[in-house]
Design a protein around this ligand. Structure first.
Ligand code: DON
Length: 304
């Protein structure tokens, strides 16, 4: 399997010079990231790990958490109860858009912030502490190791996250969100501040590819039905207002995050992840998009 590592290393070397994009700074702590950091990791269905570059550098998961917490909500409530609260439509909107369907007030897209805040609020638990602990445990099971929170990034987002609070208040006014807005958004901020590496994200993506069972630890984290639903939503909604172009060019379910993480799933084959902080205008990592477009073309992974 040496050719896999060779290909990852070659892509890493060749795209290292791409200087487009800008590191996110609307969460002040994220602006401290090294724009040159660049890592790739791949986990296959037999649990083999391949990596290149900064694949062990920690960063915060941010929006890459959204499909996994959506999976937990699906596992907790079932698809119908989740669908009553958050849609599954590629809204074509920016990640921080005011996403409320006319009539229901329900956010259309579970991968934009509004829909993700609702998904987080649906996770079962006696109180906010228990709900976050279940989210952390779920993300850890997908990754195959115990993940923790970057408290500095969490504090930075909590201090500046008024747009997300505003979205949550709008959703509560429309009847789409129950509970205490402060607590719901706080749980979402903590979820976004969970610390991962590209290797962790590749294992998380590989768990979806492997029918919900982590191919490294063997743990069945979610059912195959939940994994299939999550991959479908990632395919149509994972790249925000670039989701259509992404599906055309790359043809794989994917999800990006503002700290520079990007995952893609090749169902029944592997999970792959990139870490590179500079983002395009849609909030997707520039080198990550380039790298996974190449991987898809080179290995003929486009699903259509
Ligand atoms: O809610 C936010 O704005 C961030 N915690 C996450 C946004 C994000 O990762 C968008 N992705 N590219």
């Amino acid at each position: 399997m040496e050719p896999v590592t060779d290909a990852l290393e070659e892509i890493c070397r060749r795209l290292a010079g791409v200087a487009d994009g800008a590191v996110a700074d609307y969460i002040p702590q994220l602006a401290l990231a090294d724009p040159a950091a660049f890592g790739l990791a791949l986990v296959s269905m037999d649990g083999h790990r391949y990596q290149a570059g900064d694949a062990h550098t920690p960063f915060t998961i941010q929006s890459v958490s959204k499909p996994f917490v959506y999976a937990l909500a699906l596992a907790d409530l079932g698809p119908d109860a989740v669908a009553a609260r958050v849609g599954a439509e590629p809204s074509g909107e920016a990640f921080n858009a005011i996403s409320l369907e006319p009539g229901t007030g329900r956010p259309a897209n579970p991968m934009v912030n509004a829909g993700a805040i609702v998904a987080t609020s649906l996770v079962r638990g006696a109180d906010a502490g228990e709900r976050f602990e279940r989210i952390r445990a779920c993300l850890s099971a997908f990754a195959g190791r115990a993940l923790d929170v970057d408290e500095e990034v969490y504090a930075s987002e909590a201090a500046t996250g008024d747009r997300n609070r505003a979205l949550a208040y709008l959703m509560r006014a429309a009847g789409a969100l129950d509970g205490d807005v402060g607590e719901e958004v706080d749980t979402y901020f903590r979820q976004c501040s969970v610390r991962v590496t590209a290797c962790d994200l590749a294992a998380m993506a590989a768990t979806l590819a492997h029918g919900g069972a982590n191919p490294v630890t063997g743990e069945q984290v979610v059912t195959e039905d939940v994994a299939t639903r999550v991959m479908a939503v990632m395919a149509t909604c994972g790249m925000y207002d670039r989701a259509g172009t992404w599906l055309l060019d790359v043809g794989l379910p994917a999800k990006s995050g503002v700290a520079g993480g990007l995952i893609a799933v090749s169902p029944a084959r592997f999970g792959i992840a990139v870490y590179s902080p500079p983002l395009d205008e849609a909030g997707n990592p520039v080198r990550g998009v380039r790298a996974l477009t190449e991987v898809s073309r080179r290995f003929g992974l486009h699903m259509m």
